[in-house]
Design a protein around this ligand. Structure first.
Ligand code: AMP
Ligand code: ZN
Length: 114
C-alpha cells in the first residue's frame, strides 16, 4: 500500500467504493463521476503508477485486469461493445497515480476523444 494513494486505500477497504468485482489481485468499482451509463474502474490491488510500469513488472497481471474488464463490461450489459482506456501520465489525462482501466459503455461513444 502506497501512503496517500486513494486507490490503494480503496483496495484496502479503508475508503468505500461501489465494488462490482473483487478477487485476490484486482478490484472493479464504479467511477464516482461517471461519464457514460457504464463507467467502471479496474485496478490491481498492488500499486503501480501506470499501465506501462504494471505491464513491465507483471505482464500476467495486466492480462488478468483486462480479462476482468471484459467480464464486468459483459455483466453490466455492454453487449454492443465498450471502451477500455488507460489514461497515462499528465498529458494523457491521468489524475490518480495508481494504474486503472476505465470501462466505458452503455451508449454510443464518440471518437476521437478530446
Ligand atoms: P484518471 O483521470 O484517468 O486518473 O481517472 C481517475 C478517475 O477516478 C476519474 O474518472 C474519477 O472520477 C475517479 N475517481 C476519483 N475518486 C474516486 C473515488 N473515490 N471512487 C471512485 N472513482 C473515483
Ligand atoms: Zn496505489
Amino acid at each position: 500500500m502506497t501512503e496517500g494513494c486513494l486507490f490503494c486505500a480503496i483496495a484496502a477497504g479503508a475508503i468505500p467504493a461501489a465494488v462490482v468485482h473483487a478477487d485476490d489481485q484486482v478490484l472493479a468499482f464504479r467511477d464516482i463521476a461517471p461519464t457514460a451509463p457504464v463507467h467502471l474502474l479496474v485496478i490491481p490491488r498492488s500499486h503501480y503508477p501506470d499501465i506501462v510500469s504494471l505491464t513491465t513488472a507483471m505482464p500476467h497481471l495486466t492480462g488478468h485486469l483486462i480479462d476482468v474488464a471484459g467480464r464486468v463490461a459483459a455483466a453490466e450489459g455492454c453487449a454492443g461493445g465498450f471502451r477500455l482506456v488507460f489514461n497515462t501520465g499528465d498529458d494523457g489525462g491521468q489524475t490518480i497515480g495508481h494504474v486503472h482501466a476505465h470501462v466505458l459503455g452503455g451508449r454510443q461513444l464518440q471518437w476521437p476523444p478530446g
